[in-house]
Design a binder for this molecule. Structure first.
Ligand code: SF4
Length: 590
């Protein structure tokens, strides 16, 4: 397989080295010939004095250097992986970074999150959301010893630990590596945690278990320098089919498994459809490229797409730097052509209609007790309200996974987790011990579908306290609306849309209202993903949070009163106008 992209790799590296040489930079900046870190202002190596002078003008993939945005200039000055000297200095001096170092530190998964918290957040990489009991205890140790005593499950099936002081940065990274995890590339312009169908490997309905592909791609990324420092962040998901969605259609690359029967030029079997340029915060799902990818080709295809993006992404304007804007500019066919040019095989075209229909994911299938392929075993979907877990719960879950399962856990993009391989006859005892931890595998149709981004307690972009509002809203609706079907509510604190408000049955986008800057939300209704793909429509603007609650009570009650037989909330919302939906608010207090 390495032959598949060695040519492109050589080409890229040649360009990279030429640009480095022209800029007078050493490729491994920061480490002097004597093996010790240099200590000049920007950490530039001592031997740079002998480097040739920079030319008057140069370009990076066709963009003149003078036109690069600030962050691109920083990337040119220093590679974000080459900042160990800066991390060491900040650790030793227990000091917070300036803007430029804040940017570099995110290459190592370390986020300085002032002013909301004057401390660092660690964002791990947990490919496929697979974490074992030993690792969960190790993460608990990090959170307890150097963090705030808790962790959050994220919407990329990942874990974040907050409230880390600068003096502890290196200890945190060392411990993370010690438990077989890393945080490299977890922030800024890098490829984020690779997500996978969370039931992969034990789901009776799956088409293929894509975990090995995700892990191979993850290793390739971590060990390929050109996979870092892209024009902007980049998301990849592998959907192997099965009962729980990983919202592959919201990713820059979605590999979506399909089965192909007889009667085509292609041999029958399981392939992946290649979907590109999803970014629902910008109102776009990934588009099906019309090509079939064999599983063993996925890594090469991903690398080709990423390299084509690196060459064509806008490096002058970060608001238009994501893959969507490349595809808007070039067209999907031309972008695909450029990616394919980096492969030594052709991607066969085939309309999706020729593939067998896929089983639909189960609504809120991430909760509850479910059958596995092995009829004697069950997996438990554990509700984790807004993704928050204490250290005691992390350790307790690790113990449960060992005692009742096979010491394995899966994180999901729905901010919760699964514990697989529990013998059917032990489910009762498992549930008892889970509840003793303050957790459960059941939740109401509302609380089971709450997704909330960090919010203004930990993110400077947030207009609202999304997590606290989500919990309050869940209790409020639970008490007032006898909902009998799952309804997902996504709360996101700013247009970056980490909680993907456009794909919730109900989406809430945080805002501040009036001179008092009251916390409130723009209200969206009727979104979905996968087989129920659709962007939610905005039905109300700038509603104070206190009024959001009765508005949603009214809308959900109207759904129960007026739905047709078997009609989902999304279908109900789809057949009513924005104006009708906006009139359903009930007086506050009811
Ligand atoms: Fe922060 Fe905005 Fe992301 Fe929420 S959506 S975590 S406010 S960047």
């Amino acid at each position: 397989m390495s032959q598949s992209f060695s040519g492109a790799q050589k080409e890229y590296l040649a360009g990279f080295m030429a640009a480095v040489a022209q800029r007078g930079l050493a490729p491994f900046a920061g480490l002097a010939a004597n093996g010790r870190f240099t200590a000049d202002e920007h950490g530039a190596p001592e031997n740079l004095a002998a480097a040739p002078p920079a030319p008057k003008e140069d370009s990076i993939f066709g963009t003149p250097i003078s036109e690069l945005c600030k962050q691109e200039q920083w990337k040119l000055e220093r590679h974000g992986l080459d900042i160990w000297d800066r991390l060491t200095a900040h650790t030793e001096e227990n000091k917070f970074p300036d803007d430029q170092d804040t940017f570099y530190f995110r290459y190592h998964g370390l986020f300085y999150v002032a002013p909301t918290q004057n401390s660092f957040m660690l964002r791990c990489r947990i490919p496929a959301g697979e974490v074992n009991a030993h690792q969960l205890r190790g993460l608990a140790h990090i959170a307890e010893t150097w963090g705030g005593g808790y962790a959050h499950v994220t919407t990329r099936a990942n874990l974040q630990i907050r409230e880390i002081a600068p003096r502890n940065l290196l200890k945190v990274l060392a411990h993370l590596h010690g438990i077989g995890l890393t945080a490299k590339g977890a922030g800024v312009d890098n490829i984020r945690n690779l997500t996978v169908t969370p039931t992969a490997g034990f789901d009776p309905e799956e088409l293929i278990d894509p975990r090995a592909l995700a892990h191979a791609l993850s290793q390739f990324i971590l060990n390929s320098r050109d996979m870092f420092g892209l024009p902007r962040k980049f998301n990849i998901a592998f959907d192997g089919g099965g009962s729980i969605s990983c919202v592959a259609d919201t990713n820059d690359i979605g590999f979506v498994a399909v089965r192909l029967g007889d009667g085509h030029a292609l041999p029958p079997g399981v392939y992946f459809r290649l979907e590109l340029a999803g970014i629902t915060g910008h109102k776009q799902f990934a588009a099906d490229c019309g090509v079939m990818v064999r599983p063993e080709q996925c890594l090469a295809v991903a690398a080709a797409v990423i390299r084509a993006y690196a060459e064509t992404g806008d490096r002058t304007n970060r608001n238009r730097a994501r893959l969507k804007y490349v595809v808007d500019r070039l067209g999907l066919a031309e972008f695909l052509r450029r990616a394919e040019a980096k492969l030594d095989f052709v991607l066969p075209r085939l309309a999706r209609e020729y593939c067998e229909p896929r089983p639909a994911p189960r609504a809120q299938g991430w909760l509850g007790i479910h059958a596995q392929r092995d009829a004697a075993l069950r997996y438990a979907g554990v509700a984790v309200p807004v993704g928050f877990l204490t250290v005691a719960q992390l350790r307790g879950l690790a113990t449960l996974a060992e005692r009742f399962g096979t010491a394995e856990l899966r994180l999901t993009v729905w901010q919760n987790l699964l514990i697989p391989n529990v013998p059917e006859e032990r489910i009762g005892a498992f549930g008892d011990e889970l509840r003793a931890l303050g957790l459960n595998h059941t939740a109401s149709p509302v609380t089971g579908g709450l997704v909330a981004c960090t919010g203004n307690t930990g993110c400077k972009w947030a207009a609202t306290a999304t997590k606290a509002h989500a919990l309050e809203l869940g209790s409020w609706l639970e008490e007032r609306v006898p909902l009998d079907v799952p309804v997902n509510i996504h709360l996101t604190g700013c247009p970056h849309s980490c909680a993907q408000h456009f794909i919730g049955d109900i989406g809430l986008l945080g805002t501040r209202i009036g001179p008092e800057k009251i916390e409130g939300y723009h209200v969206f209704i009727g979104g979905g993903s996968d087989d129920r793909q659709g962007l939610a429509r905005q039905i109300a603007t700038g509603v104070p949070f206190a009024e959001v609650k009765p508005l949603l009570v009214g809308i959900l009650q109207a759904y129960l009163d007026r739905r047709e037989s078997g009609e989902t909330f999304r279908d109900f919302a789809g057949r009513l106008s924005e104006t009708e939906l906006g009139t359903f608010a009930v007086p506050a207090g009811k």
